[in-house]
Ligand binder design. Structure first.
Ligand code: ACO
Length: 326
């Protein structure tokens, strides 16, 4: 079987209009703009309205991506949605999105925490590389505001809602040059949503104990993140046959500016080569890397032949990195 090159044909992102600033959060929990900004780099985040679900944000991002690829929903061969906040357990958010778009292709969801988009891109790329499909919509969509404990100041200040969408297709030159995926299930307890699944089905107890919200050991996730950002980046660059100097732009998962700065220092790469927009959106999990890629593209930071490293980490624990030649 011949292997085809796979690249990005179109890209889009969508964030809900409602802006929630650090000052707004001061009114909800015992916190301050100064604490949030100095510890995380976040100034504000977007929050979906109560009637907006992940598929709604994903639909908006997908329309933009389809337009930029000059494709219609009927051209799609597959939809993959990376999310930890699906509309519901089933049907898959990818199937709900397929219906909203008016597409007819298969679709499925993928759960890899904040590494979700990179995992999903790697999965989609295989279908195109082996010739099974031509046009694949990969979405990272989250409404994290729905699973945040708004009484827990250690987590509620960190997250936001967004969706990003990438259309993958075959290319003659360029495209993805490497993927690196990793997981350490032993660290899963550091970042989890304990109840609502088959281990702890919803009950009065799980609700009263607030077990349907994100629980996180921030310090340990921080240490893990700094380590894997460096290791996964170096591995992906090496696998692509490149060196750090060849990378034009680093698109890291947007969780915390201190994590990004530590990774830049450990890699000995100037900080301005790392794209950052977490000040405006916070951590949007699966949506984050695609939202950053989209904004970097709109800002003219990506040109033809640019070599881009994307790297993320998240619940699982998981991590992923890839090198993309635009
Ligand atoms: N406002 C004010 N004070 C706070 C707040 C807040 N919002 N949150 C915590 N504090 C307090 C703590 O109670 C603690 O007080 P104490 O010293 O009296 O106990 C103090 O601030 C310091 O808390 P730390 O947890 O040590 O703060 P740290 O500097 O580690 O920053 C943070 C916390 C921002 C969560 C950091 O650890 C972090 O970013 N970790 C990584 C998290 C992350 O990236 N998660 C996403 C993973 S991806 C995914 O899949 C979702």
């Amino acid at each position: 079987m011949s292997v085809r090159k796979v690249g990005v044909r179109g890209i889009g992102a969508y964030t809900p209009p409602k802006v929630v600033t650090n000052f707004d959060l001061e009114k909800i929990v015992e916190t301050s703009d100064e604490w949030i900004f100095t510890r995380t780099g976040i100034r504000e985040r977007r929050i979906a309205e109560p009637d907006m679900a992940t598929s709604d944000l994903s639909y908006m991002a997908s329309k933009i991506a389809l337009d930029s690829a000059n494709l219609t929903p009927g051209d799609l061969d597959l939809i993959i949605v990376a999310t930890v906040t699906p509309d519901m357990f089933f049907p898959a958010t990818a199937c709900i999105l397929q219906d909203k778009l008016g597409a007819t292709c298969p679709g499925f969801d993928l759960s890899a925490g904040c590494s979700g988009l990179i995992y999903a891109l790697s999965v989609g790329a295989q279908f195109i590389a082996n010739g099974m499909y031509d046009n694949i919509l990969v979405v990272g969509g989250e409404t994290l505001s729905k699973i945040i404990d708004w009484q827990d100041r250690s987590t509620c200040v960190l997250f936001g809602d967004a969706a990003s969408a990438v259309i993958l297709g075959p290319l003659d030159t360029g495209g993805f040059r490497s993927f690196v995926l990793g997981a350490d299930g032993g660290g899963g307890k550091l970042l989890e949503l304990p109840a609502g699944g088959s281990r702890l089905p919803a009950s009065y107890e799980t609700i009263s104990q607030r077990l349907h919200f994100i629980k996180m050991n921030g310090r340990d996730v921080f240490k893990f993140a700094v380590r894997v950002m460096e290791e996964a980046s170096l591995e992906a660059i090496d696998k692509a046959g490149l060196t750090l100097k060849d990378i034009d732009l680093f698109i890291p998962h947007q969780a915390n500016i201190r994590i990004i700065e530590s990774a830049a220092e450990r890699l000995n790469v100037p900080k301005d080569k790392f794209f950052v927009n977490l000040d405006r959106y916070g951590n949007t999990s699966s949506a984050s890397v695609g939202l950053a890629l989209y904004e970097a593209f709109l800002e003219g930071k990506i040109q033809k032949s640019s070599k881009i490293l994307m790297v993320g980490f998240g619940a699982g624990l998981t991590w992923g990195a890839c090198v993309l030649e635009w």
